[in-house]
Design a protein around this ligand. Structure first.
Ligand SMILES: NC(=O)C1=CN([C@@H]2O[C@H](COP(=O)(O)OP(=O)(O)OC[C@H]3O[C@@H](n4cnc5c(N)ncnc54)[C@H](O)[C@@H]3O)[C@@H](O)[C@H]2O)C=CC1
Ligand SMILES: O=C([O-])CC(=O)C(=O)O
Length: 328
C-alpha cells in the first residue's frame, strides 16, 4: 500500500536555492522514492515574487512527478506552515561581495520571529525545521525561541554544506574517495569561524590525520578554504551558492528523516550543554540519526587547538545571540 503524503513547507521558494531544491524533493530524493509529498511554498506577498512562484509551480507540474501529491502557493507563513511535517526555511536575503553572513542579521532576523511564531501555531507538533537562510544558526535560534510550544530539538541549522565542502577538500588532498569518508565533523557556526575537524576521520578505511600529516596545511589551507568557500563562490559567480546549498539541505533532511546507519553527519542543533556549549546555542555537532531523531556523538577528546577553535566560533555565536535579544 502506498504511504500517506507528508507536507513539506519551503520558504523563499522562487529564489535561487528554491529552484535547485524543489524538483529534488518532488522526485523523492529527500524523503525516499516511496514517500509522496505535498509542497507548501511560501514567497513574499509581492507581485514579482508571486509570479515567479507561479512559474516554478508550472514547471513542477510539467515534470509529472509521481510522488508529488499536491502543490500550494502561499504569501503568508501561517497558511504555508499549516500541519507541515517538514519546514525548510530558505527565504532570506543572501549576502553580496564584501559582506559577512552576520551582516545579514538585521535584514533577516525579523523573518524568523514571524516564521517561528507561525510554526508554533500551525505546524505539526513533530515538524522538523531546517534553517538555511543566513546567518543560519542564529536564525534557527530565533525561530526556536519564537516557538515555545514546539520541542526545541525540532529546530536545526544547516552546517551540512560546510561538512560536504570539508569532505571534498579531504578527498582531493588524500586522493581517496569522497564517499569513503567517515567520522568527519564541523563544529560551531556556519561562518568562517567554523571548525572543520578531521582528527577522527577515516577515508576508505585509512586515518585522515595520519594520511595528511600536516598541521600547517590544516591551519593555513584547509580551514580557511572550507571557512571562506561561500565567499569564494560569490566572488566567482556573482551570486551565492545555490545548487550545493540545496544539495546539502536534501542531505540534512534525508539523513534526519531516514537515518544514517551509524554514520556521522554534521547538524546545527540546540546544545544541551555537550562539549561545554551553553544550552540552546545552535551549534554544529557530530551526530548520528535513527528513527527520526539525532544524537550527538559524545566523549570525543578536544585538544588545545580544537578548544581554541571551538571557543572562537562559540564567541561569535554568543555575540550574534546578544544582538537579537530585543526580538525575543
Ligand atoms: N546555510 C547555508 O549553508 C547557506 C545559506 N544560504 C542562504 O540562503 C538564503 C537564500 O539564498 P538564495 O536562495 O540564494 O536567495 P534568493 O534571493 O535567490 O532567494 C531568496 C528568496 O526568498 C524570498 N523571501 C525573502 N523573504 C522571505 C520571507 N519572509 N518569506 C518567504 N520568502 C522570502 C525572496 O523573495 C527570494 O525569492 C540566503 O540568506 C543565503 O545567504 C545560502 C547558501 C548556503
Ligand atoms: O556564503 C554565503 O553567503 C552563502 C552561504 O552561506 C554559503 O555558500 O556557505
Amino acid at each position: 500500500m502506498s504511504k500517506k503524503p507528508v507536507r513539506v513547507a519551503v520558504t523563499g521558494a522562487a529564489g535561487q536555492i528554491g529552484y535547485a531544491l524543489l524538483f529534488r524533493i518532488a522526485s523523492g530524493e529527500m524523503l525516499g522514492k516511496d514517500q509522496p509529498v505535498i509542497l507548501q511554498l511560501l514567497e513574499i506577498p509581492d507581485e514579482k515574487a508571486q509570479n515567479a512562484l507561479k512559474g516554478v509551480i508550472m514547471e513542477l507540474e510539467d515534470c509529472a512527478f509521481p510522488l508529488l501529491a499536491g502543490i500550494e502557493a502561499h504569501s503568508d507563513a501561517e497558511s504555508a506552515f499549516k500541519n507541515t511535517d517538514y519546514a525548510i526555511l530558505v527565504g532570506a536575503r543572501p549576502r553580496g561581495p564584501g559582506m559577512e553572513r552576520k551582516d545579514l542579521l538585521s535584514a533577516n532576523a525579523q523573518i524568523f520571529t514571524v516564521q517561528g511564531k507561525a510554526l508554533n501555531k500551525v505546524a505539526s507538533r513533530n515538524v522538523k525545521v531546517l534553517v538555511v537562510g543566513n546567518p543560519a544558526n542564529t536564525n534557527a535560534y530565533i525561530a526556536m525561541k519564537s516557538a515555545p510550544d514546539l520541542p526545541r530539538e525540532n529546530f536545526t541549522a544547516m552546517l551540512r554544506l560546510d561538512h560536504n565542502r570539508a569532505a571534498s577538500q579531504i578527498a582531493a588532498k588524500t586522493g581517496g574517495t569522497v564517499g569513503g569518508i567517515e567520522k568527519l565533523t564541523v563544529w560551531g557556526n556556519h561562518s568562517p569561524t567554523m571548525y572543520a575537524d578531521y582528527r577522527f576521520a577515516t577515508i576508505d578505511g585509512k586515518n585522515v590525520k595520519e594520511a595528511i600529516n600536516d598541521d600547517v596545511w590544516n591551519r593555513d589551507t584547509f580551514l580557511p578554504t572550507v571557512g571562506k568557500r561561500g565567499a569564494a563562490i560569490i566572488a566567482a559567480r556573482g551570486l551565492s551558492s545555490a545548487a550545493s546549498a540545496a544539495n546539502a539541505a536534501i542531505d540534512h533532511m534525508r539523513d534526519w528523516a531516514l537515518g544514517t546507519n551509524g554514520k556521522w553527519v554534521t547538524m546545527g542543533i540546540p546544545s544541551n550543554g555537550e562539549y561545554g556549549i551553553p544550552k540552546d546555542v545552535i551549534f554544529g555537532f557530530p551526530v548520528t540519526t535513527e528513527n527520526g531523531k539525532y544524537k550527538i556523538v559524545e566523549g570525543l577528546p578536544i585538544d588545545a587547538f580544537s578548544q581554541e577553535r571551538i571557543d572562537l566560533t562559540l564567541k561569535e555565536l554568543t555575540e550574534e545571540q546578544d544582538g537579537v535579544k530585543h526580538l525575543l
